[in-house]
Structure formats: structure tokens, C-alpha cells
Design a protein around this ligand. Sequence first.
Ligand SMILES: *Cc1c(COP(=O)(O)O)cnc(C)c1O
Length: 248
Amino acid sequence: MYLDNSATTQVSEEVFEEMKPFFTEEFGNPSTLYGIGRESKKALDLARKRVADAINAKPEEIIFTSGGSESDNLAIKGIAFKLSKKGKHIITTNIEHPAVKNTLGFLESLDFKVTYLPVNEEGIISVEDLKEAITDETILITIMHANNELGTIQPIEEIGQIAREKGIKFHTDAVQSFGKIEVDVEKLNVDLLSLSSHKINGPKGVGALYIKKGTRVVPLIHGGGQEKGIRSGTENVPGIVGFGKACQ
Ligand SMILES: *Cc1c(COP(=O)(O)O)cnc(C)c1O
């Protein structure tokens, strides 16, 4: 009996069936203009719509990545590098997933300052502590939605409201909450939100970053300009198709 579904899940039969043709007959490159490529492009568009619909976002606000870790890296470094002239202070918690924690550790080595908010005995941060931590230099708040070890859920809506009032970008890692509780980017007041496919019965090695319209990030992978130039590289079509189906 497998009981570690927070570590990963089995790909569901329906998801696998939907992916299969994209390993064989439907192998086209979505960036090419002829028939077979166009079919792949259509499949990407459908998957993007399915992911967007699942979090109440618009399809153009979804950037496909290689998973939750890359989405966290893109959100955090992408904003940090974009806004470093404005300030170099970031606020987070001391219970983040390593994909967030170690990204912030790397930024500290580049002279960014990070405040790690503690959690109470119930695993929740204090919104008062957060307000006190904000300075004129704060460019980003990154606080996870549901914790991968504790299952605790942070008051994202309220944190998002504070961030928005102060004009500070707000990212949440929603990898663990997605598919279990409602994840609605409008209600949560977030600018960036990370998702991973393999935690919701989709394949491994694929995920997405929601980037609210008007929010700019510096790309981490440069190349052929795929994903609006934010994440270059020929898309993982079968993986993305599977992720879309899992979201649906
Ligand atoms: C699993 C997980 C990740 C990493 O996602 P990958 O797709 O495995 O890279 C990030 N954040 C949280 C909270 C997770 O549970």
C-alpha cells in the first residue's frame, strides 16, 4: 500500500492514455508551421487552458516549466533579478520547501537580504510579524500555501492583500495545496504561483508558473524564445499534455 502521495503520485490511466500519441505519431515540434507541428501546438494550447482554468487564471498567464522546483526558481530569481535596482530584501518563512529555501540562500550569496518569519506552535506565520518585516527595500514576499511536511495552510489571501497594498510582488508555492483545496489566483491575491504535475497524478518533470498579467520576470533559460521568451527550449509536449489532463 502506497501512502506517500505528498512525495509523488502514480500517473493516472486517463492521463497516460492522453499522453501516449505525443510520444509516437504526434511527435511534432509546436514551433513549426506545418501540420504535425500545429497539432502539437494545439495540444499545448489545450493543456495551457486546462491548467489556467484549474486556478482561475488566463492561459497567457501560464508558463510551463520542468516542475515545481523550476517554477520556484523562476519566480524568485526572476523577480529578484528584475527588481534588484529597486531593493534587495525578500521575506519568506522558515518552513519553505528546499526549492524556495535554497534559491533564497543562493540569492543571499549575491547580497540579497532575506527575512525568515518563524511559525507558531500550529505551524502558521504571524501576519503582524510579516507587516513589521516589510521595509522600503522589500521587493518580494514568498510564502508557501500548504506545507509539504506539516500540511499547514498559510493565510495567503491576507498576506496577498498586504503585499498588494505595499506594491510588493507576492509568490506562493501551491504545489501541495493544488488538487486538495481551492487554489484561485484571484482570491489568493498572488502575482506568481508554482504548480507541479507529479503531485496530482500527472507525469514527473513538468510544472507551471502562474505569472499575473503585467508582472515581469527575468528568464533563467535563454534560447529559442518559447513560452513567451520566459522559458526557452522545445516544450515537453507529452508531459505538458499529461499535466493538462491531470488538472482537468
Ligand atoms: C514537490 C514539491 C516541490 C518540487 O516540485 P518538483 O516538481 O518535484 O520539482 C516544490 N514545492 C513543494 C511544496 C513540493 O511539495
